[in-house]
Design a protein around this ligand. Structure first.
Ligand SMILES: Nc1nc2c(c(=O)[nH]1)N[C@H]1C(S)=C(S)[C@@H](COP(=O)(O)OP(=O)(O)OC[C@H]3O[C@@H](n4cnc5c(=O)[nH]c(N)nc54)[C@H](O)[C@@H]3O)O[C@H]1N2
Ligand SMILES: Nc1nc2c(c(=O)[nH]1)N[C@H]1C(S)=C(S)[C@@H](COP(=O)(O)OP(=O)(O)OC[C@H]3O[C@@H](n4cnc5c(=O)[nH]c(N)nc54)[C@H](O)[C@@H]3O)O[C@H]1N2
Ligand code: SF4
Ligand SMILES: [Mo]
Length: 778
């Protein structure tokens, strides 16, 4: 297999356009275990949204390794470094094995009865004193579909509060909203096989080589095979994908919208628009054309800090493509004017008529392995089954499914987003917050504020996690969660491929699956349907999955033709999967009819600049009725531009070796050794001006906080500073004395007006050389 830390993507298996990506099985098994003694259990990887098919190797009741599944449509056997090594966290001695309850200020072991009774007592007290609006729930993109669906029913149907959101708000809320704005509902239009067929790849704010390593292996095999696709990349850093590009637009962070408008300006001005397609299958061209007319390359070159000729060259590549795949991720979603920009990427594919056919699609990507399910089940800002909270008949359908009165399901306004839930907690109206599978004390913006909110006495905090995280330190009750490999369930990747992940081993100690914990809590709290029967009718994940199949029947994400039995067949299967399409559906919109019928759509859309939600009438006035909606928006500058005090632009992101706040990857020795400590990337000219050399400790400071880490002098564009967000405040990783290393010390409490996704990719900072680490001073 080679050294898969040094060779992140492994060896090349080039293939031509339209060819089958050759299989290659990647495997890692711990030393000392012979191949004979291993039982292989079917699963998929949970360390990013690519969702690679994986077998879990079990020996003596322990996980001892993994291997890729060659028959899986997603990865054809390949795994990246996180997939190969990340599972070792399951076996970590740091795993929580009993509930913990805070007594006299200290978290101490407790029984499940004691812990859950305490959670239930406190819930009752808050419900009595403040009603459902006193209760908040914050979940993940890393549990299983069955966990989320149970949670969504429990919170929306049972407790009746709209204050339920996922960390998907930080992750792919914009993907969700951009798809709804353009196509009427959530749901990735394309298939991963489009990467096999495309002649052009347009990657906007997506560091695919590090964040979707197996997808990048696929792309590299195309790039190094015959029929090399053209590549256009938009990223302020010269990432590995940027190095391969025909055109790399290293724009200033926070200026995506201007650039995307300029590309559309060029497509229209040069007649590179598929008029027939646009006339037949879209609405909004006139407004779009008049908006982008104000963005000629010369003007935009000034705004973005790139060459006008490069914009023209990029537009020419896109404009002459015949099979265009566009991908969009956090460089768009967490940057300024997120939804507005993501919609322009949709527009570009629509203007070119590049959707619904092999090699032609737009990917509003996901990041977390199960983020798609948070959205589909309604455990975040959506209603179950991609239903529209503004459409009373959708709410009635749900009420019928759940045997409740429609009025019991909060739908007088949109589900509350996490930044708002925290604001309520800060003001004191939310007094109970249950956090499952996310670590907001590291991953949310402006951490000193998050710590002060979570640390309030009047807020009762419950944390379900396999580890004692930075967030768990603030909890009143900590519940030990069983995780991937220790429970059965399903999840859906970013091309709608649904995988079953079987339980391979017992969870450590008394750890339990989230679904079981929710059901136990719901029953102790006495949540009932309108006939007085227990609200949650299922006991096993399989029963829950079948119920979800019913809840999605007739909706875009139709799971009604899927079963656990069917998912045991070898490869994952793409939804919709129904009686009529029993093998699943490779591409949405192959008939070019989009989900914009007013009775079917998931959302009536928004004003992209202000975020004002449209009413049904605004939506019907557009007369989209099955046509896609080209949405236009003008660029406006970010709210915190660099100035004399904070002259540099700050942005954040990831390395291939770590996953988020590293609760798993820092417990995998190979991954931790590959990236043991935080760093800061500075461009050569900026480093020179500041007198900073490679390896010097620097202090990066914004109006909200600072971090200190070693400098890496790279070819990030001038004026931009980059830091990974993986390294938490309480982290024991090497660092400059007591100085914090968390990127979110610096980020601001600001979000996109439409998707409400926080802006992790734009802030103003200053950089100075820091003192030597404490241990070297004396
Ligand atoms: N190794 C690894 N893989 C992961 C994860 C992980 O933690 N580690 N997490 C998973 C998850 S949940 C997610 S959401 C995805 C995220 O995947 P990506 O979005 O690919 O990851 P990021 O590094 O957050 O950001 C991508 C790029 O955006 C660029 N960028 C910053 N500001 C701007 C801007 O204003 N405009 C543009 N165009 N680009 C900008 C950054 O330089 C960065 O290279 O990765 C998934 N995969
Ligand atoms: N500055 C900056 N901040 C960012 C980002 C950025 O690019 N820059 N990216 C944002 C994005 S895209 C994301 S997705 C978030 C990620 O941020 P977080 O969600 O905070 O990241 P994780 O470290 O993955 O935390 C997930 C937690 O779930 C636990 N867990 C895993 N499996 C299970 C399970 O089955 N049950 C339970 N109960 N717990 C489980 C893990 O141990 C871990 O503690 O960060 C966001 N924050
Ligand atoms: S690409 Fe994503 S899903 Fe595949 S092995 Fe790597 S982390 Fe896992
Ligand atoms: Mo994410």
């Amino acid at each position: 297999m080679g050294d898969r830390i040094a060779e992140i993507w492994g060896s090349r298996t080039p293939y031509p356009a339209g060819g089958d990506w050759p299989a290659r099985v990647d495997e890692f098994v711990e030393d000392g275990v012979g191949a004979d003694g291993i039982d292989w259990v079917q699963s998929a990887c949970v360390l990013c949204s690519n969702g690679c098919g994986i077998d879990i190797g079990v020996h003596d009741g322990r996980i001892v390794g993994v291997r890729g599944r060659s028959e899986d449509r997603v990865n054809h056997g390949r795994l990246g470094p996180k997939g190969l090594f990340g599972w070792q966290a399951n076996n970590s001695p740091d795993r929580l094995t009993t509930p913990l309850v805070r007594r006299d200020g200290e978290l101490e072991p407790a029984s499940w009865d004691e812990a859950l009774d305490l959670v239930v007592d406190r819930s009752r007290q808050v419900l009595d004193e403040q009603g459902p609006l006193g209760m908040g729930f914050y979940t993940s993109g890393q549990l299983f579909l069955e966990d989320y669906y149970t949670l969504a029913l429990m919170v929306r149907g049972g407790i009746g509060t709209p204050h339920l959101d996922g960390n998907t708000r930080l992750c792919t809320a914009t993907s969700d909203f951009a798809l709804k704005e353009t196509f009427g509902t959530d749901g990735a239009p394309g298939s991963l096989t489009d990467f096999d067929n495309c002649d052009t790849l347009f990657a906007v704010g997506h560091n695919m080589p590090e964040t979707h390593t197996v997808l990048w292996s696929r792309m590299l095999d195309r790039l190094q095979g015959p029929d090399r696709p053209k590549l256009v990349v938009v990223d302020p850093r010269r990432t590995r994908i940027a190095q391969e590009a025909d055109v790399h637009l290293a724009l200033r962070n926070g200026t995506n919208l201007a650039l995307l408008n300029a590309i559309q300006h060029e497509l229209i001005a040069n007649g590179w628009v598929d008029k027939e397609f646009v006339d037949a299958h879209t609405v909004g061209l006139e407004k779009l054309a008049s908006t982008v007319a104000a963005y000629p390359p010369e003007r935009v070159a000034e705004i973005c800090g790139v060459e006008a000729d490069d914009i023209r060259a990029a537009a020419r590549i896109i404009g002459s493509s015949e099979r265009l795949v566009s991908t969009c991720l956090q460089g768009v979603y967490q940057s300024h004017q997120a939804t507005a920009s993501a919609c322009q990427v949709n527009n570009i594919n629509l203007l070119r008529g590049m959707i619904g056919k092999p090699g032609a699609s737009v990917f509003q990507l996901n990041g977390q392995p199960t983020a798609q399910n948070t959205r589909e089940t309604g455990a975040n800002g959506d209603l179950t089954g991609m239903r529209n909270w503004q459409n009373p008949s959708h709410v009635e359908e749900l009420a019928k499914l759940w045997n409740l009165e429609p009025a019991q399901i909060p739908s007088w306004g949109p589900p509350t987003h996490i930044m708002q839930i925290l604001r309520y907690a800060e003001e004191g109206s939310v007094r109970f917050l249950w956090i499952t599978g996310t670590n907001p004390a590291v991953s949310l913006p402006e951490l000193h504020r998050i710590r002060s909110i979570l640390g309030q006495d009047r807020l009762f905090v419950v944390v379900s996690d396999p580890f004692l995280t930075e967030t768990a330190e603030f909890a009143d009750v900590v519940l030990p969660a069983a995780i991937w490999g220790e429970k059965t369930g399903t999840f859906t990747n970013h091309d709608r491929t649904v995988h079953l992940s079987e339980k391979a081993v017992e969870p450590p100690g008394q750890a339990r699956p989230d679904m079981d914990i929710f059901i136990d809590y719901a029953n102790r709290l006495g949540l009932k349907d309108k006939d007085g029967r227990p609200l949650i009718k299922w006991r096993t994940p399989e029963e829950c999955f079948a119920a979800f199949g019913e809840a999605t029947r007739g909706r875009p994400c139709d799971y009604s033709g899927l079963s656990y039995q069917k998912l045991r067949g070898g490869s994952g299967i793409q939804w919709p999967c129904t009686e009529d399409s029993p093998e699943g559906t490779e591409r949405l919109y192959s008939d070019h009819v989009f989900n914009t019928q007013p009775d079917y759509c998931e959302d009536y859309g928004h004003d992209l600049l202000t975020g004002a939600a449209h009413e049904r009438k605004d939506f019907t006035d557009q007369q989209a009725d099955g046509r896609a909606i080209l949405k236009a928006a003008d660029f406006s500058p970010p709210h915190e531009p660099p100035d004399d005090d904070y002259p540099l632009l700050f942005t954040t992101g990831r390395t291939a070796y770590h996953f988020h706040t590293r609760t798993k990857t820092r417990r995998a020795p190979q991954l931790q050794a590959a990236a043991p400590e935080a760093w800061v990337e500075l461009g050569t000219t900026d480093a020179e001006r500041l007198g900073v050399a490679e390896g010097d400790f620097v202090r990066v400071e914004s109006r909200r906080g600072y971090l200190e880490a070693k400098a890496r002098v790279t070819d990030v564009r001038e004026g931009v500073v980059f830091a990974p967000f993986h390294y938490g405040y309480w982290d024991k990783a090497p660092r400059n004395g007591d100085a914090p290393t968390a990127a979110n010390e610096l980020t601001s409490t600001e979000w996109d007006p439409v998707s409400k996704q926080p802006l992790f990719k734009v802030a103003a900072v200053r950089v100075t050389k820091a003192g030597r680490p404490v241990e070297e001073r004396s």
